[in-house]
Design a protein. Structure first.
Length: 370
């Protein structure tokens, strides 16, 4: 029987209640200034976000995919260079690698965290490997330190922090765990803009300086392109101003996400990935609450009948994507990757969920068969 209450997977319009006035003021400030690119708003956001992450610097760019591509270009990815990565994170790193001319090399994931398996990644490194990408999947901080320990000295690591703004592990914050880190501020992220926006942070000052040049034509000075192939990928002033507003409340919003996710994990009869990953305090920021039911289609159908929206992140592994597969290679078999893409299911987990919606979802989950 269908229950009357309908719980959306997300509802960005609800952010108006807590951020609307401040966002209006920020946008009006930018419009009144008459300065829309490469101004004070971007510089100030770069400063505060770098400090938030504990990074050496932050370079605002046009999108998360641009952030990945520019980071990979900075590490030296050109035609024929190989980049080791997982294949279960939506294809973003793979597409960025291909755009830079590189070859994605897919390795398997850890079956508990569903993040890149450090040992598999290290085993796939060859003389053609230029970088390794590790994605902090679902809001769970991945084990970058373990990966660094296994890789050859000097081989750059690029974090994809787009799903884990504010997550920490081993005393470090996502965005300052490796040489470079790419962030998306797509509207549904924990820290979301009003459109596409991104940034590159990290701990390698030299590479960050190169990213800063590459994101604006490779200029070392105005109209002098000394570092090709540069491009135009700039964070605009309005998005920077909005992101500054929302960054102030990010820790509180993350805690609200985690509280909801913990309620789901207590109620659901299936494993919750953030718990199987054994994420410690701060190691999970609730970007997504992902479970692994035995029968995903039946579970989706029953939850829908009970008014609970769901999504799948991500159903098709990269090596099964036609546009990626022909430009990449598989280092070894990927059984855990294949299994994850067949079973993962995301439940609503955003901080604006109402109390009655949270109660309803918890009740539904408690009644679900395993």
């Amino acid at each position: 029987m269908t229950i009357g209450l309908s719980v959306p997977f997300n509802d960005l319009g609800r952010q108006r209640a807590w951020a609307g006035d401040a966002i209006d003021e920020a946008v009006a400030r930018v419009v009144s200034s008459g300065w829309f690119l490469a101004g004070n708003e971007v510089r100030e956001f770069e400063r505060v976000f770098a400090a938030f992450c504990g990074a050496k610097d932050c370079v605002g760019v046009g999108s998360g995919t641009d952030a990945l591509e520019l980071a990979l270009r900075a590490t030296g990815v050109t035609a024929g260079a190989e980049v080791v990565m997982a294949a279960n994170a939506g294809g973003y790193a793979a597409l960025a690698c291909i755009a830079a001319g590189g070859i994605p090399v897919f390795v398997d994931i850890d079956p508990r965290s569903l993040a890149l398996d450090p040992e598999a990644a290290a085993a796939a490194v060859t003389s053609h490997t230029v970088a390794v990408v590790i994605t902090h999947l679902y809001g769970i901080a991945a084990d970058v330190a373990a990966l660094r320990h296994l890789l050859p000295d000097g081989l750059p690591i690029v974090e994809d922090g787009s799903q884990a703004h504010g997550a920490t592990r081993d005393g470090k914050t996502v965005g300052a765990m490796a040489d470079l880190a790419a962030f998306s501020f797509y509207p549904t992220k924990n820290l979301g803009a009003l459109g596409d926006a991104g940034a590159v942070t990290g701990t390698n000052s030299e590479l960050l300086q190169l990213v800063r040049r590459l994101h604006q034509y490779g200029w070392t000075e105005r109209y002098l392109a000394a570092d090709p192939p540069g491009r135009n990928s700039r964070l605009d002033e309005i998005q920077a101003a909005v992101l500054r507003v929302k960054l102030e409340s990010l820790p509180d919003r993350n805690r609200e996400r985690v509280a909801i996710a913990e309620r789901w994990a207590d109620a659901a009869p299936w494993p919750s990935v953030h718990r199987t990953a054994a994420a410690g305090a701060g190691g999970y920021v609730g970007h997504l609450h992902v479970v692994r039911p035995a029968d995903r289609p039946a579970t989706v159908q029953e939850l829908q009948a009970q008014g609970v929206a769901t999504a799948i992140h991500f159903p098709i592994p990269d090596h099964h994507q036609p546009g990626i597969a022909r430009h990449s290679r598989i280092a070894n078999e990927l059984p855990h990757t294949e299994d994850a893409c067949r079973t993962v299911l995301s439940l609503p987990c955003f901080p604006e969920l109402r109390a009655d919606e949270v109660d309803h979802v918890a009740t539904v989950l408690t009644s679900m068969p395993s």
